[in-house]
Design a protein around this ligand. Structure first.
Ligand SMILES: NC(=O)c1ccc[n+]([C@@H]2O[C@H](COP(=O)([O-])OP(=O)(O)OC[C@H]3O[C@@H](n4cnc5c(N)ncnc54)[C@H](O)[C@@H]3O)[C@@H](O)[C@H]2O)c1
Length: 274
């Protein structure tokens, strides 16, 4: 059963591998025998990486160069990098959505049938279907430059850039799964609830520590990074070979409680946060 997830010898890319969920994902994949290529703005401390490319995801040229350097073939892509809502709105959109999509589209031509992509969105993005009209406009932009120009022209949508960027990942996952399916390539995303990583103090800065401590999680605690990494490792493994276009809510029961009226929306976040 050691090989149950079949990562031995597989070539995978992990963005955001320097910290939190991305670092946990990279560590698990090394342990499972994958050839792990890391992309991040900071140098990861994970041991056993096959390569590290220093990339600022706000720069499409750096993305293209790094993906070209990693080369063919790529069996799995883990889009884990992200910025919290304490950063400027445009930067949040560029890293969380425009950069994520640019990495994905750059990697797809290096993928073969059976390859898979897992993206980290957020429970901040679970309402994406209510915003589908405007999200489709963003998704219709052809490339990074087009998406950046769209963001610059839509300050209202960027008022809650973090939540909007995560809705965009949910929508992109659903939409792109259809066209990638024709090539036997899968794409899914996870929507984490509050998770104790180096990003948590940033959320606390934005809305207060008490707010994050009291955030409604039916399981009664925050997640740790590994609890978000494992669902992604599963999704990109052949054990999830019929799963594509999925938004997996790794949120300790938050969405279940919300969507059935058992969590009062009034206790939810203030304007401008997730
Ligand atoms: N921690 C939470 O509670 C939580 C909840 C829901 C979703 N998320 C999402 O999970 C993902 C992972 O976050 P985390 O909690 O592990 O945070 P983290 O801050 O520990 O990790 C984020 C990583 O992204 C990298 N990164 C940031 N800007 C970059 C850039 N311009 N170019 C390249 N890399 C860049 C950072 O260097 C870091 O390694 C993010 O997308 C985040 O939005 C986090």
């Amino acid at each position: 059963m050691k090989s149950v997830l079949q990562y031995e010898g597989k070539r995978v890319i992990v963005t955001g591998a320097a910290s939190g969920m991305g670092a946990a994902t990279a560590e698990i994949l090394v342990e499972l025998g994958a050839e792990v290529h890391a992309i991040d703005i900071k140098k990861p401390e994970v041991t056993g990486l096959a390569s590290f490319s220093q990339v600022d995801l706000r720069d499409p040229n750096q993305i293209e160069d790094a993906v070209a350097k990693i080369g063919k073939i790529v069996n799995g892509l883990f889009n884990c990098a992200g910025l919290p809502n304490t950063f400027p709105e445009l930067d949040v959109m560029l890293v969380n959505f425009c950069g994520l999509r640019a990495v994905t589209e750059a990697v797809v031509p290096s993928m073969v049938e059976g390859s898979a992509i897992a993206c980290i969105a957020s429970s901040a993005g679970i309402g994406w279907m209510q915003n589908i009209g405007v999200l489709f406009e963003l998704l219709a932009t052809p490339d990074f430059a087009g998406a950046k120009a769209w963001c610059e022209a839509h300050p209202k949508e960027l008022q809650n850039a973090y939540g909007f960027s995560k809705e965009a990942i949910n929508a992109y996952t659903a939409q792109r799964s259809f066209t990638l399916a024709a090539h036997g390539i899968r794409i899914n995303c996870v929507n984490p609830g509050p998770t104790d990583t180096p990003m948590m103090p940033e959320f606390e800065k934005a809305v207060g520590k008490k707010y994050m401590d009291d955030f409604p999680v039916p399981l009664g605690r925050h997640a740790v990074a590994e609890e978000q990494a494992w669902p992604m490792v599963f999704l990109n493994s052949p054990r999830a070979s019929f799963v594509t276009g999925l938004q997996l809510d790794a949120d300790g029961g938050f969405k279940g409680g919300m969507f059935t009226g058992q969590i009062d929306p009034a206790v939810l976040m203030p304007e401008g946060f997730e």
